[in-house]
Design a protein around this ligand. Structure first.
Ligand code: HEM
Length: 209
C-alpha cells in the first residue's frame, strides 16, 4: 500500500504534550512522596517540587486552552458516538486479528471516539479537579482556614483519587501508543509531528507547522 506523510501535531502541540508528560510525572512522583507511598526526594523537597510543577502545569493548561481556541483544535476532544461501537470492537477483538483501524487521523480528527471520551474526561474533569483541590490544599488549609477543615478533607480525598486516575490513564495511554501501524509509530509522530497515512485516506491540513 502507498503511504503519504501528513502533519498531525504542530510544534506547540508537541511542546504541550511532552512538557505535560514531564510535569505529570513530576507531580505524580512528588505527590505520592507527600502522601507517604514512596521515598525519593525527601518530604520538604517534594512539597517544593510539587508546588513548582503545579504552577507550571496551570500555566501550560492556560496556554493550551488559548491555543485550542485560536486554532479550533478543541474539536478533536468533543465526544462523538460516530464509530464508537466499531472502535470498542476493534480494541477488544479486531486488534488481535490484525484488522485495520476503524478511524483515520486527520488534523481535525486526530482522536478516535474512545480517545475523545477519555481525553475529554481528563481535560474537563480530572485535571481541573486536581487544580482546584490542589489550590484548596495551598490556600485553605489549617490554620489559615480552620473552619474549612472538613471541606479540605473532601479536597484531599478528591486530589488523591484524581492522582490514582492520572496513574491509570498514563498506564493505558502508554499501552495505546503501541497500537499504531508499528509499535513506535505513534510516539514517532508525536516527536516529528508527521504520521504515515494510507494515500487514499490522506487529507491535507490547513494548519502550518
Ligand atoms: C497530575 C496532577 C497531580 C497529581 C498526580 C497530584 C498528586 C498529589 C498527591 C498524591 C498528593 C498527596 C495527597 C495526600 O496525601 O493527601 C498531592 C498533594 C498536594 N498537591 Fe497535588 N497532584 C497533582 C496536581 C496538583 C496541582 C495542579 C496542584 C496545585 C494547583 C497540586 C497541589 C498539591 C498540594 C498543595 C498538595 C499538598 C502538599 C502538602 O501537603 O504540603 N497538585 N498531590
Amino acid at each position: 500500500m502507498e503511504y503519504t506523510k501528513q502533519l498531525l501535531y504542530t510544534k506547540f502541540e508537541r511542546f504541550w504534550h511532552w512538557s505535560q508528560m514531564l510535569l505529570v510525572m513530576l507531580l505524580t512522583i512528588t505527590g505520592f512522596e507527600i502522601h507517604g507511598s514512596i521515598h525519593l526526594f525527601g518530604f520538604e523537597r517534594s512539597v517544593r517540587l510539587h508546588t513548582a510543577s503545579a504552577w507550571s502545569f496551570i500555566g501550560l493548561a492556560l496556554m493550551s486552552i488559548f491555543w485550542m481556541i485560536v486554532t479550533k483544535q478543541y474539536v478533536n476532544f468533543i465526544p462523538t458516538k460516530n464509530k464508537l461501537r466499531e472502535q470498542v470492537l476493534y480494541y477488544t477483538s479486531g486488534i488481535f486479528k490484525g484488522m485495520a483501524h476503524p478511524t483515520h487521523k486527520t488534523m481535525f480528527n486526530k482522536l478516535n471516539p474512545l480517545q475523545r471520551l477519555v481525553y475529554a474526561g481528563l481535560l474537563i474533569v480530572i485535571f481541573p479537579v486536581q487544580i482546584f483541590t490542589g489550590l484548596a490544599y495551598m490556600y485553605y488549609h489549617y490554620p489559615q482556614n480552620p473552619l474549612d477543615i472538613s471541606g479540605l478533607n473532601i479536597a484531599a480525598v478528591l486530589h488523591t483519587d484524581g492522582a490514582f486516575m492520572v496513574v491509570a490513564f498514563v498506564i493505558i495511554h502508554v499501552y495505546m501508543t503501541t497500537t499504531g501501524d508499528t509499535v513506535s509509530s505513534n510516539v514517532k509522530a508525536m516527536i516529528s509531528g508527521f504520521e504515515k497515512e494510507p494515500q487514499n485516506n490522506n487529507e491535507t491540513s490547513s494548519i502550518s507547522e
